[in-house]
Design a protein. Structure first.
Length: 234
């Protein structure tokens, strides 16, 4: 059994009961649980508390993005759930991130931290160009990492392809990486992907893995195999 794994399993399932059931099954092979927008808005934020009760760090991927006062209020509310991390979009700007950091810090008594979401791993250069964003994902992540760092974020969510950029610009930020796919596995809607081994070699602190585990015929074996690639280096 691998107990020191850096896998955060994204429990993107239909109901809170499904999420908690799967979390219990894969718990021996993962380091943390993530609850995303589908469940936070469907089952409600109480699902996060049910996962906290299982004894591993919980990541509420709330992807906050609004004016600072609203994001501060939402972060304050989420901080009472006992979660370890919540996310806010860096594109909301420095004042919004600082409001999130402050609200979360206050209600969690400093236990929880904000992870800044940079450029979604489902987006490619062409998507950015269509939106009027002229910079490459790498350049955007570089600028966003600096803002997240200066705004008090604990870490950053980025594609495995941008890990080196984050390390260069803001070395103290925790690097959390979705878009991870084992060799031969379906990419789904993810675009800027890498294998677990490559992502760890490039300096990821945590790997977020959803469908390669939750959609596997045998999620426990899938989690075990991916976890073996994501041990904490000695
Ligand atoms: O199923 P899959 O492994 O693609 O799941 C990745 C998870 O990471 C999803 O829950 C998604 O919301 C999240 N995520 C992402 N890209 C980001 C931030 C979070 O894919 N930039």
């Amino acid at each position: 059994m691998v107990t020191d794994t850096r896998i955060i399993v994204a429990l993107d399932l239909a109901t809170a009961e499904d999420a908690v059931r799967l979390a219990k099954r894969v718990a021996p092979h993962v380091g943390a649980f993530k609850v995303g927008l589908g469940l936070l808005h469907g089952a409600g934020p109480g699902v996060a508390t049910a996962l906290v009760d299982l004894g591993k760090p919980v990541f509420a991927d709330a992807k906050l993005h609004d004016i600072p006062s609203q994001v501060g209020a939402a972060a304050h509310r989420l901080g009472r759930l006992g979660v370890r991390w919540i996310t806010a979009h860096v594109s909301g700007g420095g004042a919004m991130l600082r409001a999130a950091v402050e609200g979360l810090g206050e209600s969690s008594n400093g236990f929880a931290g904000i992870l800044g979401v940079t450029v979604l791993t489902s987006l490619e250069q062409t998507d950015l160009t269509t939106l009027g964003m002229a910079n490459t994902p790498g350049k955007m992540v570089s600028k966003m990492s600096r803002v997240a760092d200066q705004s008090g974020c604990e870490g950053i969510v980025c594609s495995p392809q941008e890990l080196a950029v984050v390390a260069a610009v803001a070395p103290s930020l925790l690097k959390v990486t979705p878009g991870v796919r084992p060799e031969g596995s379906a990419t789904g809607d993810q675009r800027r992907v890498m294998t677990p081994t490559e992502a760890m070699e490039r300096g990821a602190d945590w790997l977020v893995v959803g469908r390669p585990i939750t959609g596997a015929a045998d999620p426990v074996s899938a989690a075990q195999a991916i976890a073996a690639e994501a041990k904490i280096p000695d």
